[in-house]
Design a protein around this ligand. Structure first.
Ligand SMILES: Nc1ncnc2c1ncn2[C@@H]1O[C@H](COP(=O)(O)OP(=O)(O)OP(=O)(O)O)[C@@H](O)[C@H]1O
Length: 256
């Protein structure tokens, strides 16, 4: 049984008197615990697909099913955005605890869960600070800690590291993988970076330009833990990189 199942999904937006066909005939299933990256040219509907899974948009046709295993109180999904995912008037620890407090969970559990993930992302000594006192990388760590602390059925991540410098990006990617390996959550992750997708994914779903379709489903069979050096030097992965690169070049040229 798949954790996420999407059948014949399409999405059209009405803008003035015109329809924009954002997604066309998306059909896919993602297994429990898989780390799947969505890669495609700008405007191909990646965020729209994530927003549909988050219940923030309704598909025009088709259906989406997320298998629920926890209690009915378990959130279906947590989302991590590129930026501005933290609540400015709450401290680091209050941000991480926010979802758990909203569910009125016991305070001892909230404290334990919050501290566990603050430690995991290296923010335990910064828990009393407010977002304005944090760097961009630290804010993203807060968002990641909050997303995992919520213990959702699935995690949806929309280019969470896109605004970070290379060094911070590598550190956060490693931290994310370490938490993912511990929790074995199902993750759907949007990125524009082929290297990032190769480093993180069990599978890469490659999308066409608008209307977005999934044109390739590429398994990444590199052992974990992976390093960027391995990603860059493995001959099979190098071929996959080139294949994705050529596809993206072609799609981007077509849309221009
Ligand atoms: N609420 C909306 N109303 C009208 N059009 C929309 C809406 N949301 C998205 N679109 C359109 O749907 C298409 C897909 O947008 P989406 O943001 O999902 O693409 P994307 O692949 O995530 O792009 P990027 O990589 O640039 O972030 C675009 O043409 C966009 O303009």
């Amino acid at each position: 049984m798949s954790k996420i199942q999407i059948k014949q999904l399409s999405k059209k937006f009405k803008k003035r008197n015109k329809y924009i066909e954002a997604l066309d005939q998306i059909h896919l299933s993602i297994q429990e615990g898989e780390f799947v990256c969505l890669l495609g040219p700008s405007g191909c509907g990646k965020t729209t697909l994530l927003r549909i899974l988050a219940g923030l948009e309704v598909p025009t046709t088709g259906e989406v099913n997320i298998q629920q295993e926890g209690s009915s109180k378990t959130p279906i999904q947590s989302m991590v955005f590129q930026e501005n995912g933290v609540i400015p008037w709450l401290t680091v620890e209050e941000n991480v605890a926010f979802g758990l407090k909203m569910r009125h969970l016991p305070s001892s559990y909230i404290k334990e869960q919050t501290e566990h993930y603050l430690r995991k992302v290296g923010l335990i000594n910064f828990k009393k600070l407010y977002p304005k006192e944090l760097s961009g990388g630290m804010k993203q760590r807060v968002s990641i800690a909050r997303a995992f602390a919520n213990d959702p059925e699935i995690l949806l991540m929309d280019e969470p590291f896109a605004a970070l410098d290379e060094q911070n990006k590598f550190i956060l990617q490693e931290e994310l993988l370490s938490i993912w390996q511990e929790t074995k959550k199902t993750v759907l992750f949007i990125t524009h970076s082929i290297d990032e997708a190769l480093l993180l994914s069990d599978r890469i779903l490659l999308m066409s330009a608008q209307p977005g379709k999934i044109v390739r489903d590429i398994p990444i069979r590199l052992e974990r833990p992976r390093t960027i050096e391995q990603v860059r030097s493995d001959p099979e992965i190098t071929n996959t990189f080139l294949e994705i690169w050529e596809h993206l070049q072609k799609e981007v040229k077509q849309t221009r």
